[in-house]
Design a protein around this ligand. Structure first.
Ligand SMILES: *[C@@H]1O[C@H](CO)[C@@H](O)[C@H](O)[C@H]1NC(C)=O
Ligand SMILES: *[C@@H]1O[C@H](CO)[C@@H](O)[C@H](O)[C@H]1NC(C)=O
Ligand SMILES: *[C@@H]1O[C@H](CO)[C@@H](O)[C@H](O)[C@H]1NC(C)=O
Ligand SMILES: *[C@@H]1O[C@H](CO)[C@@H](O)[C@H](O)[C@H]1NC(C)=O
Length: 243
């Protein structure tokens, strides 16, 4: 019996260390949005943006196979016209924005990119790119990143306005979601501890499974956790020092 209590205490401590956050990256595509939350970028003015991948009258022709998901949104801003923006709302602690940039084309084609970034209504950064003679199309071009955000809902607005013409080829945004594994109620842990007093591996399995099963039902990102527990890999890792 004292051994069982010792083991329960040890496992409780192990589980407490397990309740830290797990970070998961998700992508919001320009066309297909975020497949998990079904949120889509918001374009403004909507009529000034078009899907670049199947646009027949766009002067800018990146390689469709190199763009994320084979799509990007195209818009050109001219001074004194309405500013153009793309906005994304996400729930997370970090955000990364990716555009495609163009080489110099004809003398009359706008290929510079100028952006201002507003996060939760505060201007937080800018990006300026002017291609030179040696420039080529660049894909997955990181134009903005911000980490260390408070965990919650944020809105990133990427805008071009002002006095310089600009080309926008928006491809996608990545954001980092955080999940907390909460330790189940102490009573439940102790209860399980006594039932499986001679088999703490089973004990860990039961408690972890109850936590993870609940998460899986709410979020697809946890399926890999479920798989890890299922194969026992995770348990072996966890119990390496249990012996
Ligand atoms: C998320 O993606 C960004 C940009 O690619 C990367 O820098 C970061 O390390 C990734 N974070 C996680 C938790 O995978
Ligand atoms: C281009 O693709 C988008 C998204 O699939 C579609 O809504 C649009 O009608 C297409 N445009 C053309 C010209 O095919
Ligand atoms: C850009 O990133 C996407 C997704 O990571 C990848 O599929 C694609 O091949 C990359 N494109 C280039 C040109 O590296
Ligand atoms: C970014 O914001 C600054 C300050 O409001 C403004 O002067 C500049 O023209 C903006 N740039 C773009 C590309 O919109």
């Amino acid at each position: 019996m004292p051994t069982a209590i010792l083991r329960s205490t040890f496992l409780l401590l192990t589980l407490l260390t397990l309740s830290s956050a797990v970070l998961v990256n998700r992508t919001i595509d320009d066309e297909y949005g975020d497949p998990i939350t079904s949120t889509f970028p918001v374009y403004s003015p909507i009529g000034d943006w078009q899907q670049g991948a199947n646009c027949s009258d766009c002067a800018i022709k990146p390689d469709v196979s190199k763009a994320f998901d084979g799509t990007w949104h195209d818009s050109t801003f001219y001074p004194d016209s309405t500013p153009k923006s793309v906005s994304v709302t996400f729930n997370g602690v970090a955000v990364y924005a990716f555009f495609i940039t163009s080489p110099v084309l004809t003398t009359t084609t706008t290929t510079q990119t100028h952006l201002n970034f507003t996060l939760d209504n505060a201007l937080i950064g800018a990006y300026d790119f002017t291609p030179d003679a040696s420039s080529t199309y660049t894909y997955n071009h990181s134009v903005f990143s911000k980490t260390g955000l408070s965990n919650g809902e944020h809105t990133l607005v990427m805008t071009t306005g002002g006095t310089t013409a600009a080309l926008l080829l928006f491809d996608y945004v990545i954001y980092t979601r955080t999940f907390d594994f909460h330790v189940p109620r102490i009573s439940r842990i102790l209860h399980l501890g006594f039932i499986f007093r001679n088999g703490y591996r089973i004990f860990v399995y039961q408690v972890l499974w109850s936590v993870i099963k609940d998460k899986i039902s709410k979020d697809r990102s946890y399926r890999q956790w479920g798989a890890m527990v299922g194969t026992g890999t995770f348990l072996r890792q966890l119990c390496r020092s249990c012996h």
